[in-house]
Design a protein around this ligand. Structure first.
Ligand SMILES: [Cu+2]
Length: 218
């Protein structure tokens, strides 16, 4: 229906896309309606001989109506998105893999906890701009920033989260397809912002096990 959306490889991406489409079509219909009315009125009330300009000083009934109508739409949208918000933001399902993400000007540091599963130990491994994860597994991200506000964005996962200095924000995703996709920074963070680009590498179980074995063999 919206063919320009990026591919979706996330378990919850379909829910996000459904909400996106709903909001997109509501705003599109309102936009066309408002602009169409403007154009019609421009024509209908144009200056021409024999017509005097009318000065209008507002209409309370109309103003109340066009304040309440969008408010109702917003409340309905909030109620409709509630379940999706809860699914993605409120709770993290049982975690298979945890990776720490440190954003910095102008790279993504991905810190893997290693075989002991704990961070800040000797077997931690930091890889710049490369997030390696297994397919069909719940990946938890602990997101932080070393300097300014960045935004960790993986369009194909429908995942976007600001990273804040001095504050850890957790998120999660489950990829449904193997492959490699871009991780741009979506928050203007300085002169190198446009070049701040990492890659998500989703491996099959076998490939992931091989990657782990290679990385922690020594
Ligand atoms: Cu950035």
């Amino acid at each position: 229906m919206l063919p320009w959306l990026p591919e979706n490889i996330s378990t919850y991406g379909g829910d996000i896309d459904w909400l996106f489409r709903l909001i997109f079509w509501i705003t599109t219909i309102v936009f066309v309606g408002v602009q169409g009315t403007f154009l019609y009125f421009l024509f209908k009330y144009r200056a021409r001989p024999g017509h005097k300009a009318i000065y209008s000083h507002g209409n309370n009934t109309l103003e109340i109506a066009w304040t309440i109508a969008p408010s109702v739409v917003c409340v309905v949208l909030a109620l409709l998105s509630r379940a999706t918000w809860d699914e993605i933001k409120a709770e993290i399902p049982p975690v298979d893999v945890t990776v720490r993400v440190y954003a910095k000007q102008f790279n993504w540091d991905f810190i893997y906890p290693g075989p002991d599963g704990a961070f800040d130990t000797d077997d931690d491994l930091t890889i710049e701009n490369e997030l390696n994860v297994p397919v069909h597994k719940v990946v938890k991200l602990e997101m932080l920033s070393r300097d300014v506000i960045h935004s960790f964005f993986v369009p194909v996962l429908r995942f976007k989260q600001d990273t804040m200095p001095g504050r850890q924000i957790d998120g999660w995703f489950e990829a449904t397809k193997t492959g490699e996709w871009e991780i741009p920074c979506a928050e203007l963070c300085g002169f190198g912002h446009s070049g701040m680009l990492g890659y998500l590498k989703v491996h099959s179980d076998q490939d992931y096990a091989a990657w782990v074995a290679k990385r922690w063999s020594k």
